[in-house]
Design a protein around this ligand. Structure first.
Ligand code: SAM
Length: 290
């Protein structure tokens, strides 16, 4: 266990610590005071795209050693970063935009540091997924983050099937060149009426939230070219659809009871299970069977 706040100054940069520093997803003013302090004071910065980060640093007047850490060098470079941390240097990890370790290689560096007993802490800020969710107008108390879907169509459709009956709001990241096909696949699997919020260019000048259903989204993008970065928020399955998709949807109450009895339940327990599935009282099931 590590306690990051056991020093006098809460925001002091400590030796041997990895700082996960969130950077803006489009609006430079979202870079926090603490993020600036951390980027200025660490010994070095590991960056997913050193050119992007160099630009960010020049805007805030910080000069610092940058080490590239991205998908294709993460295994070799992760070890080197850990060695430097273990020798007492402090490091800030910044990814392309937003919160490190959300749909980017930061996740692997965090795991590696934890395995090696290195303290990891966060300097929070923007995250596209959370901003899209709160702007969607959908149910936010329970949600599931699905990140990017596979570029492989069969794999993508398999994943969509898997979450079709999800009872939490779904969050997907999507690249503009894949958006049209993804919307078509979602339309096919989730159905035309499922609500969607397409959250585009968040925090930028041309931020746009389109709240519609999958039918409307497919129709719109058959006439418009997708531009910019997108987060897709999909409404959870409705109670009516969920009920219709249940395995017993096509069964009579008697067939439903027989189904459980064929699995070895007594008649009494089978009736109890049916009542629970259908959300009705046991006496209703009993009356139905008379
Ligand atoms: N770590 C980042 C975060 O905290 O959100 C996400 C990194 S992921 C590689 C990049 C994806 O995030 C984009 O393809 C897009 O789906 C989403 N994204 C990033 N910035 C966005 C923005 N300003 N508006 C909408 N989506 C954005």
């Amino acid at each position: 266990m590590s306690n990051i706040n056991s020093y006098e100054e809460k925001n002091a940069i400590l030796p041997g610590v990895l700082y996960l520093v969130a950077t803006p997803i489009g609006n430079l003013a979202d870079l926090s005071e603490r993020a600036i302090k951390t980027l200025s004071e660490v010994d070095f910065i590991a960056a997913e795209d050193t050119r992007n980060t160099a630009f960010l640093l020049s805007r805030i007047g910080v000069k610092k050693q940058l080490v590239s850490y991205y998908e294709h060098n993460k295994y070799e470079r992760g070890g080197v970063i850990c060695e430097r941390l273990q020798s007492g240097e402090s490091c800030a990890l910044v990814t392309d935009a937003g919160t490190p370790a959300i749909s980017d290689p930061g996740e692997d560096l965090v795991k590696l540091c934890i395995e090696r007993g290195i303290t990891v802490t966060s300097v929070p800020g923007a995250c596209a997924a959370v901003n899209a969710l709160i702007l969607s107008g959908m149910f936010t108390s329970r949600f599931a983050f699905e990140g990017f879907l596979s570029a492989n169509r069969a794999e993508r459709k398999r994943r969509l099937e898997e979450v079709k009956n999800e009872q939490r709001t779904l969050i997907f990241y999507e690249a503009p060149h894949k958006l049209k096909q993804t919307l078509k696949d979602m339309h096919e699997i989730f159905g035309a009426n499922r609500k969607i919020a397409l959250c585009r260019e968040l925090t930028k000048l041309n931020e746009e939230i389109m709240r519609t259903d999958l039918e409307g989204a497919v129709a719109y993008y058959s006439e418009h070219e997708p531009r910019g970065e997108y987060v897709l928020i999909i409404e959870k399955i409705s109670e009516i659809e969920l009920e219709a998709s249940a395995f017993y949807a096509e069964m009579s109450v008697k067939e439903h009871v027989d189904h459980y009895m064929s699995q070895g339940l007594s008649k009494k327990d089978a009736m109890k299970a049916v009542a629970r599935d259908r959300g009705v009282s046991k006496s209703e099931i009993y009356n139905e069977l008379l």
